[in-house]
Design a protein around this ligand. Structure first.
Ligand SMILES: Cc1cc2nc3c(=O)[nH]c(=O)nc-3n(C[C@H](O)[C@H](O)[C@H](O)COP(=O)(O)OP(=O)(O)OC[C@H]3O[C@@H](n4cnc5c(N)ncnc54)[C@H](O)[C@@H]3O)c2cc1C
Length: 387
């Protein structure tokens, strides 16, 4: 069913294969994962089995080349999957990080041997991926990270800690930002791939961080205490980590934008349906002019956002998404998500504030979109640099 206000809108990049993928993803999320939603929220992390099942269905690593087991598609396929996940209301699986970020680092900077070693496991769901940049002392100033990796023979010895790491409780493979030259800022950063299965010596997972939303997805602190990582796990060359991150962050921000627009669509759908059912002063809410005006405004905001997002997706598929435009997408779409969800919640009255109604969960889940992936203040800094 199309979102009210988006009738007849077809993403300009959409082909029949995206429709098939969307249907497969929708069925998986609604029939196989959502029935466990309450339990997953309680346990605070997804089921490993659901990653494996997603892999079995071919839903992980959609843009990973086929020679490494992937779907051989591009970002439009990843976007289709992530859109369906949010639209379905599924929030446990950290696919946005696993497929939307981690496979990108390996694919773009991994050696042939590294790709063959790790990509098939991420695609099958045997391995769960995570990305570790943020540290307790600060996330916005990435150049100031303090986790260090000192070369010792054939290994790096890693000391330090990371926080707020999505998928951190289950992660088997962590792309970790470290300082290999502690005297330098940007040029001292390198990316190391850490194999975490079985919690090897020198590595410890901290507590699962309790959040106000996204309860079914794990966020954790990670500690490294003389943790040895083979030097062969370095991505690219020493000192190229900052450039690698800057090149990957536009996609990360677009991934966030995809979720934002899907959430707006879902909020408009839920609020419109509710406004047609709920009666106040002898007529459905939608019979009151203010309700119609609010719905008209959020539907318009959603449609304009959709068009901007699709422009960004097309630019990215052509390899032309620049840092400032990606920052604009992250800023505008997440601000829009928070506003649209808030206004839609209002239509539900008191019920909108109860956990019985999905709009309440969407409200809590939305807030972090303005924070992670680089805060929206940092997005404005990035945009201002091209003015
Ligand atoms: C649920 C969740 C999941 C996350 N997942 C991951 C993950 O998987 N991997 C990962 O590495 N990180 C992850 N993060 C971390 C996230 O990216 C950081 O929280 C974020 O980058 C901000 O860093 P900080 O929290 O240290 O805030 P700070 O950097 O301390 O910033 C605090 C405030 O100051 C503002 N500020 C800072 N510098 C400036 C400036 N120059 N100008 C104006 N304002 C400024 C910020 O905008 C913010 O409002 C996650 C966070 C959350 C909450």
């Amino acid at each position: 069913m199309p979102t009210p206000g988006l009738d007849g809108y077809v993403e300009p990049w959409r082909k029949p294969e995206h429709d098939d993928l969307a249907e497969l993803a929708r069925t998986f999320f609604t029939k196989e994962v959502l029935p466990h939603a309450a339990r997953l929220e309680q346990q605070g992390h997804p089921d490993r089995e659901h990653y494996r099942r997603a892999g079995e269905l071919g839903l992980l690593g959609l843009s990973v080349p086929e020679e490494y087991g992937g779907g051989g598609g591009d970002f439009t396929h990843e976007a289709t999957l992530l859109h369906e996940q949010t639209l379905a209301g599924e929030g446990s699986l950290g696919i946005a990080v696993h497929s939307g970020i981690v496979t990108g680092y390996l694919n773009d900077y991994g050696s042939e041997e590294q790709k063959r070693r790790w990509l098939p496991g991420l695609v099958s769901g045997e391995l769960v991926g995570a990305i570790g940049m943020t540290e307790p002392d600060g996330g916005s100033d990435v150049q100031a990270i303090r986790t260090r990796a000192i070369r010792d023979g054939d290994d790096y010895v890693v000391n330090g800690s990371k926080t707020f790491i999505t998928n951190g409780i289950l992660a088997d493979l962590l792309v970790l930002a470290v300082k290999t030259d502690t005297s330098a800022r940007a040029h001292g950063i390198s990316m190391l791939v850490c194999e975490l299965t079985g919690d090897p010596a020198g590595f410890r997972r901290g507590r699962r961080i309790e959040k106000i939303g996204l309860h079914a997805n794990d966020t954790a602190e990670l500690f490294f205490d003389d943790f040895r990582v083979p030097a062969a796990n370095l991505l690219g060359t020493e000192g190229s980590g900052f450039i690698q991150m800057m090149r990957q962050l536009p996609q990360e921000r677009l991934v966030i934008g995809v979720g934002a627009v899907a959430a707006m669509q879902r909020a408009v759908e839920l609020a419109t349906a509710y406004a047609k059912e709920r009666v106040a002063f002898g007529k459905p809410l939608i019979g009151h002019q203010n309700t119609r005006m609010v719905l008209a405004e959020v539907a318009t905001r959603t449609r304009v956002s959709r068009a901007f997002l699709d422009d960004c997706i097309q630019r990215h598929a052509r390899g032309e998404l620049d840092v400032a435009t990606a920052a604009m997408a992250k800023l505008y779409l997440t601000e829009g998500q928070c506003e649209v969800v808030d206004r839609c919640l209002q239509i539900f009255g008191g019920y909108g504030y109860t956990t019985e109604y999905p709009i309440a969960k969407m409200y809590a889940d939305a807030r972090v979109q303005k924070i992670y992936g680089g805060t929206n203040e940092i997005m404005k800094e990035l945009i201002s640099r091209v003015l």
